[in-house]
Design a protein around this ligand. Structure first.
Ligand code: MIC
Ligand code: SF4
Length: 651
C-alpha cells in the first residue's frame, strides 16, 4: 500500500512508526525548532533547567517578533535574555525587525521532508513548503532542543483535494476560510490535512503557507502541501535550491477521509466576529462601514500579498474615516517592496507602514476605537484580542482589505478592474541575513554570559498529587474558550511573559475579572469547561498561570491538542466528562472530592468526584501512561529530573 506525505516523513522520523493509518501517539525525532519572544523566554528557562550543554537539533532559531514595542525595560530584558541564551546554547537569533517568525522561517530555513516544532500555534505555516511542522508548548520545544523526541497525540490523515483554479480576486485566504466554514474551529482536532489535486499546482508557496497557517484555526494537528516544482523554484529564488526534495503522496495512499474543494467555485469570504469559522461571503456584508484596516500577520504578509495591496492602492487614497496600517511579514519583503517601487504606492495612498512584526495581530498597538469595525488579514478575531472589547473584527484577504480601505466599507473587488496575473514569485529574492545572529562555537560558548534582567522570573513547578484530592471549582466556562481568554496578550500584558506572578492578575480577565482573586483564595482549585477548551494560541502561560493560582485539574467536555499537552507538562490533570450532561450539575464555588485519585486514574483511567450534595461525577482521562506519570509527579520538569530518560539528553 502506498504512503501519504505525512507517512513518508513519519517513517523517517517516528521512533515507533509501525502501522498505517489510525495513528496512535507517535514519538518523533525533531530536525528544527523555532521560538518567538512571547513564548521563548519561558521555553529557554525550561531548556536551561534541563541542564543540556548545547541544542541537539540540526537547527534551532529564536525569533523576536511579538513584543517589539520596548515600552519600559521589560521587553528589552526579554530580548537580551533570548539573545544571550541563544548564543550560548547553539541557537540562531533573529533580531526584532527581521520579521515574523513563520514568514522568515519559510523564506530562510524550512526544509521539505523535515520535522519542525515551534512554540507558536502557527508553526504549520512551514507545511506550505512540505515540512511537517507542529505548534507546541514551550516546554516541548525545550525538550526537543535537548534531543528528546516530540510526542504527537493520536491523529487521522485527511486529504483535501483541490480542483480547478482560483478566480482573480479570490485568494488563498478564501480557500482556508471556506474550509473553516465547512469544518468549524474544532473540525481539525486530531486531524492532519494533506493538500493534493490539480489545484495545488496553481498555488505559490506563500499561498500554500496561508492555507497551512490557518489550519491552526481548524484545531488541526498540522497541514501539509506536497513539495513540487513550484517549491523548488521558491527555494531556488531564496538561494536554497539544495534544500529542495520532491515529496508527494503515492497514488494508492490511503486517507481517513477526502474533502473536495473546487477552487473555481470560491468567492471572497469574510470571518465575522468573534470566531474564524463564522464565515459569510463578502457580498452578503457588502457596504459594512469600517474605521480600520490592518494588513499583515503570518497569514498574509508575503511579497505577493503586499504587491497586490500596493497595486490596488496605486493612484488611490485611503478613505478619510479609515486608518490603514500595513506590516510586511519580513525585512526581505520590505526590502523588495522598497526596491521595486511598490512601497511608494502604499505610502502615497496614505497607509501607515509598521515594523515587520506581529504588531496589531497580537494586540501590540492599533487597538480599534470603541465599537470600532475593523478588517484584518490576520487569522484570529477572538473576543477581546484586538485590545478593544466592544470592537468587531472581520478577517479577510489582503485584496478585500485594500479595496475596502479605499471605499470606506467592506467591498468586493471586481475582476474586470484588475489584472493580478503579473504577480509571480520573483526569480530571485533579495537575501540579506545580517539580522540573524549565529550562535557561538562550542569553545566560545563557555565564556558567553546569559543575561537575566529583573523582568525574568522563574516559572512555577507543581507538587506531586496525593491519593485524595479536594478542591473548589474556581470558574465554569463555555465551549470554545481560547488561550486568549485564559491568558490574554496585548500591549499591557505581553511584556510580562517571563513574569508569571505579574501575569496572574489578568488570568481569565475577559471572562471574569474576579477569577484571579478567587482562585488565590481557594488555594487549590478546579476549572470546569465546555467543548474545545484551550483552542488557539500555544502559549503555555495559559497552563502555568492557572497552576500558579492553584488550579490542579481541568474538567472539560473536550480539549484542544496543544493546550492539553501544556496542562500535562505543567502538572495539571485534564479530564473529560463521561456524561456531558454532568457539566450542568457543577457550579462555581462548589467543592469536589476525589478519593483514590491515583488508583482509579492508573487502573481505570477515570477519576470519580463526589459533589457537595453527594452526587457522583465520573470523568475520563485519555492520556498515555507516561503522561499520567508526568501529571501525577507534578509536571514534566519533575518527571524528567526523576526519570531515566533524562540520561538520553545530558552533556
Ligand atoms: C497568537 O497568534 O496567538 C500567538 C501570540 O502567536 C500565540 C503564541 C503566544 O501566545 O505567544 C500562538 O499562536 O501560539
Ligand atoms: Fe504573530 Fe499573529 Fe502570527 Fe501569532 S498569529 S505569530 S501573533 S502574526
Amino acid at each position: 500500500m502506498g504512503l501519504t506525505i505525512t507517512e513518508k516523513i513519519l517513517k523517517e522520523h517516528a521512533l515507533n512508526f509501525t502501522e498505517y493509518g489510525g495513528f496512535k501517539s507517535l514519538k518523533v525525532k525533531v530536525d528544527q525548532t523555532l521560538t518567538q519572544d512571547a513564548t521563548g523566554t519561558m521555553a529557554y528557562l525550561q531548556f536551561e533547567a534541563l541542564g543540556v550543554k548545547r541544542v541537539k537539533t540540526k537547527l534551532s532559531v529564536a525569533y523576536v517578533d511579538h513584543n517589539t514595542l520596548q515600552a519600559g525595560f521589560m521587553n528589552a530584558d526579554d530580548h537580551r535574555y533570548i539573545k544571550t541564551v541563544a548564543k550560548k546554547y547553539g541557537i540562531y537569533y533573529s533580531k526584532p525587525g527581521n520579521g515574523i517568525c513563520h514568514q522568515v522561517h519559510l523564506e530562510r530555513f524550512s526544509v521539505p521532508g523535515e520535522v519542525l516544532i515551534g512554540s507558536d500555534s502557527h508553526t504549520p505555516t512551514s507545511g506550505g513548503i512540505g515540512m511537517l511542522s507542529f505548534g507546541a508548548g514551550g516546554f516541548d520545544v525545550a525538550c526537543a532542543m535537548a534531543g528528546l523526541p516530540y510526542e504527537i497525540s493520536p491523529f487521522k490523515i485527511v486529504k483535501i483535494n483541490l480542483k480547478g483554479e482560483l478566480k482573480p480576486f479570490v485568494s488563498a485566504k478564501d480557500v482556508i476560510l471556506k474550509i473553516l466554514q465547512m469544518l468549524t474551529v474544532k473540525g481539525g482536532v486530531g486531524r492532519i490535512f494533506e493538500y493534493s489535486g490539480e489545484g495545488v499546482r496553481s498555488l505559490s508557496v506563500p499561498e500554500r503557507a496561508t492555507i497551512t497557517n490557518m489550519g491552526a484555526e481548524l484545531g488541526a494537528t498540522t497541514s501539509i502541501f506536497p513539495s513540487d516544482e513550484i517549491t523548488r523554484e521558491f527555494l531556488a529564488a531564496q538561494g536554497r535550491e539544495k534544500d529542495w526534495k520532491p515529496l508527494a503522496a503515492d497514488e494508492d495512499a490511503k486517507y481517513y477521509e477526502t474533502i473536495e474543494v473546487d477552487l473555481s467555485s470560491l468567492e471572497p469570504l469574510v470571518a465575522c466576529p468573534h470566531s474564524p469559522d463564522n464565515v459569510k461571503t463578502v457580498k452578503e456584508l457588502e457596504g459594512l462601514k469600517i474605521n480600520q484596516v490592518c494588513i499583515g500577520s503570518c497569514t498574509n504578509s508575503s511579497l505577493t500579498d503586499m504587491m497586490k495591496v500596493s497595486y490596488i492602492l496605486r493612484g488611490n487614497k485611503v478613505y478619510e474615516d479609515v486608518d490603514l496600517v500595513i506590516s510586511p511579514g519580513s525585512r526581505q519583503v520590505l526590502t523588495m517592496l522598497s526596491r521595486n517601487g511598490f512601497l511608494s504606492d502604499i505610502i502615497d495612498a496614505g497607509a501607515r507602514v509598521l515594523e515587520c512584526a506581529c504588531g496589531p495581530c497580537i494586540g501590540m498597538g492599533q487597538s480599534p476605537k470603541s465599537e470600532g469595525v475593523c478588517l484584518r488579514t490576520f487569522n484570529r478575531n477572538f473576543y477581546g484580542r484586538s485590545g478593544t472589547k466592544d470592537a468587531s473584527i472581520y478577517l479577510v484577504s489582503p485584496e478585500v482589505a485594500a479595496f475596502s480601505a479605499i471605499k470606506g466599507e467592506l467591498s468586493c473587488p471586481l475582476e474586470k478592474d484588475f489584472n493580478f496575473t503579473i504577480f509571480k514569485t520573483p526569480e530571485k529574492f533579495v537575501v540579506n541575513d545580517n539580522m540573524i545572529c549565529p550562535p557561538a562555537t562550542e569553545e566560545e560558548a563557555e565564556s558567553v554570559v546569559v543575561e537575566k534582567g529583573p523582568n525574568i522570573k522563574s516559572f512555577p513547578v507543581a507538587e506531586e498529587f496525593e491519593e485524595s484530592f479536594k478542591a473548589k471549582v474556581a470558574i465554569k466556562v463555555e465551549d470554545n474558550i481560547t488561550t486568549d481568554h485564559i491568558m490574554p496578550a496585548g500591549a499591557k500584558i505581553l511584556p510580562y511573559r517571563s513574569n508569571i506572578p505579574f501575569l496572574s492578575q489578568f488570568c481569565f480577565e475577559v471572562v471574569d475579572p474576579n477569577f484571579s482573586k478567587r482562585a488565590k483564595e481557594f488555594k487549590r482549585s478546579i476549572i470546569v469547561a465546555g467543548i474545545n477548551y484551550g483552542q488557539g494560541s500555544s502559549r503555555e502561560h495559559a497552563a502555568l498561570v492557572p497552576l500558579y493560582l492553584g488550579v490542579r485539574i481541568v474538567i472539560a467536555k473536550s480539549f484542544a491538542r496543544i493546550h492539553k499537552a501544556n496542562l500535562v507538562n505543567a502538572g495539571i490533570l485534564p479530564l473529560t466528562f463521561e456524561e456531558e450532561k454532568d457539566y450542568e450539575k457543577l457550579k462555581e464555588g462548589e467543592e469536589l472530592l476525589a478519593e483514590n485519585l491515583k488508583e482509579t486514574l492508573n487502573k481505570e483511567r477515570k477519576v470519580i468526584f463526589k459533589t457537595e450534595n453527594n452526587s457522583k461525577i465520573i470523568t475520563n482521562c485519555d492520556l498515555e501512561k507516561e503522561q499520567i506519570e508526568i501529571v501525577l509527579k507534578g509536571g514534566l520538569l519533575n518527571h524528567i529530573k526523576k526519570s531515566e530518560f533524562n540520561k538520553l539528553s545530558k552533556n
